[in-house]
Design a protein around this ligand. Structure first.
Ligand code: NAD
Ligand code: ZN
Length: 381
């Protein structure tokens, strides 16, 4: 089969790989029909995730058709089209029982931190991902959900990650009626978090980024205020000014570890060559939330170079909430929101490319070319 293949930082290509096989009675083999590239893939692409091995296939956001089933699978039939959550979860361990499906112990027993994730390095279990014609889906009775009525394939693929992660970012913010919410990052996740902040009763939603076309998109899609941090001398002071000198009630970090060259420093207001893995947006979030406020982090961080102003967290009495999204927990509610037109995820998709063009697709998304918000690969019809 054809599959995306990692060769090293910023080096990927399409290659022939062996077909995945059923390795366990609870496995399914899925023929992929839509597969997205995520901001999380950029951490892998840039070589910032430990134990990302040459030869691996990325892709944790996909929908597809069930082609083969292990003898133990009860809930699926051959031919079903399924939404596959990006978290791999057993449904039985102590964490899955608490609906912390992103923290499943069984899917990635080597780690006491992250659970299993499709196509996300050996740090997250070493599973191959769905930027391929076919993919093996473990615990097939637990995660995969049949694409329901009123949900098309483009909506469905964004329900594997973007919608639940944006929603959970807002949910973890504990937004109260009338709150001012500041979202850092106008990528797909930040845009969706801004959209969802209104569902929790926000009174004002502000999105910060430095890519103009993304800010424009966020403003239209999520009906929020937007600011370019390059035009702010000091983003933290600017946010204070916008919030009666108190700071925001809730700040959401939808940036994570920035790729080298993206970093921007609070004090000098100039672009600095900070190391990949720096946490400027998180620093801004902590420093611009009001005393007693909440910082919700969905941005993904690597182990190196993270700068967190712990002193300010303590002195300001901030609550920090963070996690990988628990997709399975949120799916039933979010499917209804899409069916009822409350959220229209597919509008985020700006680019559709065949799987064969995966290298170009990464470049366009990573370099923010051609007004790209979200890219979908189409391996087969
Ligand atoms: P993306 O790369 O498309 O978007 C990130 C945006 O942040 C870009 O538009 C960039 O210009 C902007 N940015 C960079 N530095 C900034 C700064 N200092 N302040 C404000 N904005 C800044 O990525 P995405 O797909 O939207 O994902 C966002 C983050 O969420 C990534 O770290 C990704 O790994 C993470 N993520 C987490 C989960 C989860 O379950 N927790 C799921 C999906 C994605
Ligand atoms: Zn993702």
């Amino acid at each position: 089969m054809r599959a995306m293949n990692y060769r090293g930082p910023k080096r990927i290509r399409i290659e022939e790989k062996p077909m995945p096989e059923i390795l366990h009675p609870q496995d399914a083999i899925v023929r992929v029909v839509r597969s997205c590239i995520c901001g999380s893939d950029l951490h892998l692409y840039n070589g910032n995730v430990p134990d990302t091995r040459v030869g691996s296939t990325f892709g944790h956001e996909f929908v597809g058709v069930v082609e083969e089933l292990g003898i133990g699978v009860r809930n699926l039939k051959i031919g079903d089209t399924v939404i596959v959550p990006f978290n791999i979860s057993c449904g039985e361990c102590v964490f899955c029982k608490q609906e912390l499906y992103g923290n499943c112990q069984e899917a990635n027993p080597q780690s006491s931190a992250v659970g299993g994730i499709f196509g996300y390095s050996h740090m997250a279990g070493g599973y191959d991902g769905g930027q391929a014609e076919y993919v093996r889906v473990p615990y097939a009775d637990v995660g995969p959900t049949k694409v329901p009525k009123g949900i098309d394939l483009d909506d469905a693929v964004l329900l594997t990650d973007v919608v639940p992660t944006g929603y959970q970012a807002a949910e973890m913010g504990g937004i109260q009626k009338g709150d001012t919410v500041v979202v850092f990052g106008a990528g797909p996740i930040g845009i969706m978090a801004a959209k969802c902040a209104w569902l929790f009763g926000a009174g004002r939603v502000i999105v910060i980024d430095h890519v103009e076309y993304r800010l424009e998109f966020a403003k239209n899609y999520a009906n929020c205020e937007v600011y370019n941090f390059r035009s702010m001398k000091d983003p933290v002071q600017a946010i204070k000014k916008l919030t009666d000198d108190l700071g925001a009630d809730v700040c959401i970090d939808a940036v994570g570890a920035e790729a080298a060259g993206n970093a921007f420093h609070t004090i000098t207001g100039r672009k600095l060559l900070l190391q990949a893995g720096s946490a400027t947006a998180l620093e801004w979030a902590i420093n611009s939330v009001k005393k007693g406020g909440i910082v919700s982090i969905v941005g993904v961080y690597g182990p190196t170079g993270n700068f967190v102003p712990v002193g300010n967290i303590v002195n300001k009495g901030i609550t920090i909430r963070a996690n990988q999204a628990s997709v399975k927990r949120l799916l039933p509610k979010l499917i209804r929101h899409v069916q009822n037109g409350i959220i229209s995820p597919r509008e985020l998709i700006t680019h559709r490319l065949p799987l064969e063009e995966v290298a170009d697709a990464y470049r366009i998304f990573s370099d923010k070319l051609d007004n790209c918000i979200k890219t979908v690969l189409i391996p087969s019809a």
